[in-house]
Design a binder for this molecule. Structure first.
Ligand code: KG4
Ligand code: ZN
Length: 338
């Protein structure tokens, strides 16, 4: 059995996990900073880095203890090396390098978005490529086909805001707390998704790329015009209609990719894929097409280190290890190696 200790600190969760053979979670510890960043309406990078510094030792120690393992028992140390907030990434990378050096263990730098995709291997241990996957997080919106282990064909990505970023910005305009995605998800249950017709942006020159900044502006314009006319804002209707516009676009591009590839499975990944309405819409569309929808459980959709361990196992098997000069790479694209 190959045991990998994985560390994740790319944004506002300090996380560590121990994963066996890339598919079994022996421990999964997540220390969230959301309560602190909520006070500021979003992630404050310097505070995130400082909180990672304070918490990382306890989180890693707990992950080892929960797995009933010691550092000497693990086969490799994995860490998210990008993309993400540079100061936040550096904390995890430095700590992992220290552990690898002290414990004489191989080090594996992991791509955060590959981690999100690989959360699906934890959820469904029998899953094998190829399959198309929609990755929707706070920093990324990417439609890709997983053509092999660690191999990706990127079909489309957002030209501007990521889907999660749009959720967070619209939530803020509606006076909802950070992170906006879960707040809009909840409020939408009380609203009418057909109440307001927001634009479904098409992107010139690509059938698969996304654009969410126009949708965000349309929501802000709607709120402004309501306020200027002295009308009360139907917050739940705005939330539900905005959410529907995002889901419609994500779904139509994804189903187009699925129809063209002829795959019989489709995977979701990233924080936004925890959205109940999005999951239900994809579930229904896949069912109609006789396609199996694969989707991590919500705690594995948002940032965690278990997914980093799952992605690291693929690198471990290929013998792709990092040197102790591994750095943080804040703008790494899917499939790119530092
Ligand atoms: O994957 P993630 O945890 O971190 C990044 O890699 O960015 O994604 C965080 C994003 C945030 O924008 C958050 O608002 C969104 O995922 N999110 C959701 C839901 N839960 C988290 N968006 C919509 N509905 C949700 N239930
Ligand atoms: Zn993430």
């Amino acid at each position: 059995m190959v045991r990998i200790l994985a560390i994740e600190s790319s944004c506002d969760e300090t996380a560590a996990a121990v994963i066996a053979d890339g598919r079994e979670i022996l421990s999964n510890v997540i220390s969230s900073q959301i309560d602190i960043h909520t006070l500021y309406g979003g992630v404050v990078p310097e505070i995130a880095s400082r909180k990672h510094m304070e918490r990382i030792k306890r989180v890693v120690d707990r992950a080892l203890a929960d797995a009933g393992t010691e550092l000497s028992d693990v086969d490799a140390i994995a860490v998210t090396s990008g993309p993400g907030l540079v100061g936040a990434l550096l904390v995890g990378v430095s700590y992992a390098k220290g552990l690898a050096f002290a414990g004489r263990k191989p080090l594996i730098g992991v791509h955060h978005i590959e981690g999100h995709v690989c959360a699906n291997f934890l959820n469904r241990p029998s899953l094998e490529p190829p399959f198309p996957c929609l990755i929707v997080s706070g920093g990324h919106t990417t439609l890709a086909r997983v053509t092999g282990y660690g191999e990706y064909e990127v079909l489309g990505r957002s030209r501007d805001d990521a889907a999660g970023e749009a959720f967070d910005k619209v939530a803020r305009a509606l006076g909802l707390p950070y992170p906006g995605g879960p707040a809009i998800d909840k409020l939408s249950c009380e609203g009418n998704p057909e109440a307001i017709e927001f634009p479904h942006a098409k992107v010139d020159g690509s059938e698969y790329d996304f654009s969410f900044s126009g949708l965000k502006s349309a929501v802000l314009n709607h709120l402004n015009s309501c306020r200027m006319q002295g009308q009360e804002v139907a917050t739940a209707d705005v939330a539900a209609s905005f959410q529907k516009a995002v889901i419609d676009v994500l779904l139509s591009h994804s189903m187009l990719a699925l129809e063209r590839s002829g795959d019989k499975r489709f995977a979701l990944a990233g924080g936004v894929s925890a959205n109940r309405h999005l999951r239900a819409a994809f579930e229904e569309a896949c069912k109609e097409r006789g396609v199996e929808l694969i989707c991590p459980e919500p705690v594995l959709c948002t940032d965690n280190a278990a997914m980093i361990g799952a992605a690291a196992y693929i690198e471990y098997q290929k013998g792709h290890f990092s040197d102790l000069d591994l750095n943080a790479y804040p703008a790494l694209r899917l499939g790119e190696r530092p």
